[in-house]
Design a binder for this molecule. Sequence first.
Ligand code: PLP
Length: 360
Amino acid sequence: MSRAYNFCAGPATLPEPVLRQARDEMLDWRGTGMSVMEMSHRSDEFVEIAETAEKDLRELAGISEDYSVLFMQGGASSQFATIPLNLLGDKGCADYINTGIWSKKAIAEASRYADVNVAASSEDSGFTTVPLQETWHTRADAAYLHYTPNETIGGLEYDFIPDSGAVPLVADMSSTMLSRPLDISKFGLIYAGAQKNIGPSGLVVVIVRKDLLGKARAETPTMMNYQVIADNGSMYNTPATYSWYLAGLVFKWLKEQGGVGAMEQLNRRKSAKLYDFIDRNDFYANPIDPRFRSWMNVPFTLADDRLNGDFLQGAEARGLLNLKGHRSVGGMRASIYNAMPEAGVDALIDYMAGFAKEHG
Ligand SMILES: *Cc1c(COP(=O)(O)O)cnc(C)c1O
């Protein structure tokens, strides 16, 4: 069977050349007679793999030496607790912006450790828009300001970077990291679960400004202490070696594609095509304020929910997989991360047009 177009929100499709290379290197990585999976994380070979991945990520994302890059475990969700434990310091309070399900999860977890102030929320709108910064009630004495630049489930994405003044800005970039150029210097901390735009699940990349290290609460588990992880080159314990290696292959692939600038053009084009089609076709609808529509996750509904099953079945028969929307919002969702080729979006639109004609 040939490769299908996989629109899953995460774990998401990976670049085919990356998977091919991983396959070719599976049994014998460059004459070592071992799979990367079987290597000691302390071996020269693996240390080189790990360091190259970090170097390539720094180059791709424009990460200066003012920041540590950590390859941690437990996915993005573990960071919901790790962040307050490390960044609260002697402040005790943090500000959060609530724009959807991932924001809410981050808020709920942080509330176990911190006095959390939800400085703004778009819940009243059903999370179809981003509250403008003029309306936020942030606190100057907050330890940090947390937001979710792309709400993966709702399909809602900020088109601006909040100005947090002297308060460190913290961003959950799980589903938007490396999708376009970004000014890292505006952030105190960025974290991203790997399984959307970076690599396999379980791995989480944390980019943290070095002056924010070393403030973890005394009870912070060692494995969650950024300072410890940074001091040990993300090898305090056995890291997720194979995921790290695959992330490195993705970074190389991204560089070959022309980097995040080329991704921006591609992602802008892919998402514009899909939204334009949805807007022009009465059979489909997307509820998000057009200004804040996500480039990465495109939710849409059919004119009649009773056709959802038929739609999904027909899509699957054509190799268009995982279009079912999140259980909390229903409808459909097409996730079109970096690794989704434009041809995949074209094939989806083609199918949607035919389906609407037949059932509309
Ligand atoms: C997927 C996702 C998460 C959760 O990632 P896990 O690795 O499953 O913990 C958190 N935040 C956002 C924005 C996501 O897209």
